[in-house]
Design a protein around this ligand. Sequence first.
Ligand code: AMP
Ligand code: GLY
Length: 424
Amino acid sequence: MKILLLGSGGRECAIARKISESPRCEALWIAPGNGGTDQYGKNVALSPMDFAGISEFVKDNKVDMVVVGNEDPLVAGIRNYLESLHKHLLVVGPDLNGAQLEGSKDFAKHFMERHGIPTARYNSYTADNIDMADDFLESLKPPYVLKADGLAAGKGVLIIDDLDEAKKSLREMLGGMFGKSSATVVIEEFLKGIELSVFVLTDGNGGYRILPEAKDYKRIGEGDTGLNTGGMGAVSPVPFADKEFMQKVEDRIVKPTIQGLINENIDYRGFIFLGLINVDGDPMVIEYNVRMGDPETEVVMPRLASDLVDLMEGAAKGNLADIPAEARPEAAATVMVVSGGYPGSYKKGIEISGELNPEGTILFHAGTKKLPDGTLVTSGGRVIAATSYGKDLTEALGKSYKAVEDINFDGKYYRRDIGKDVGA
Ligand code: AMP
Ligand code: GLY
């Protein structure tokens, strides 16, 4: 099978590696890829948002399957676009309707309400009913959770302790703080608990597979302090997600989500990322994403024992029920090395040196670029994710930290407490 993967992060590097391990993979291209994805396939200088360019590439290279790594092209309708032009092309990712689960928080909350899926109590508001929004805020206990309805590059959620401050921020959001994305704002009850990410691959026909779960670390600072980032590390398995808890996730969240998609005639063939929170032993949904997580994928893919190409083909063709998704028994942990200053402003183009092929650790490149002379330089905030296996998380983290110490570039930063809160 000839496969085109769209994206350029650590997530795509991990997916590319897993695809390249499949005997089913005849050719792999990554558009645009990064300084590490070319170990697993060929990088193609095309943006995932350049639908016409991607379509031409599919035609010229007889691509059989397109795997969409990031949410923007999905929310913009890439699956509908490509399917309308290429009859036999398999596209892994939801169509425009399905992508609304991430593209509109208001849609996602209504969907959960319609299907009895546990989530925080909420209401949605626009500039037209701001008085009602104030009333709702007054009825809630602090902290107050305000969410821009649309995509906001992971920055659209504000959690505010003070009521007056929350009312002020609400007005700023509705006034365009996140452009059109915050013309509607979801206000919801704050849930207290520990978060985890669960990934489901589904085929539009009710078939689904739950992939290994993971926990990521979103804040820049140790002890979960400071600004939110894309994610500073991840571990899998998640110790508190035992059999009983995961059964609740499947019964209360996965099954009604899949059934809800079918009942609403949403042709969802792709990954669903359930952002969950464990509230006193009960899973609740914080958010849906319509793609894999980053850096969670950097531990989920290494832990997946089964063939990813078989699984994605099953999802895209609608026969996933016949295809196994087994997990490897080892634990996996990843530590993200980031540019100094991230998630604020940071320099790019800094030379990366040190041990870039460490034994016993996989380096998934994220914000890296290879210059024409072969020099590897930084090209983003999150630079490299170092993933290792271990008999437990402690062992896996020990190896990843050793590898991280051996990577050098000016301004290098990483969190030293990945996995500590779950006992590693
Ligand atoms: P989201 O973009 O919806 O994932 O929100 C970003 C982050 O805000 C989540 O990962 C949570 O840490 C936090 N968050 C969002 N909604 C809630 C909520 N209702 N209660 C507590 N924390 C929340
Ligand atoms: N790690 C969280 C995300 O990918 O959205």
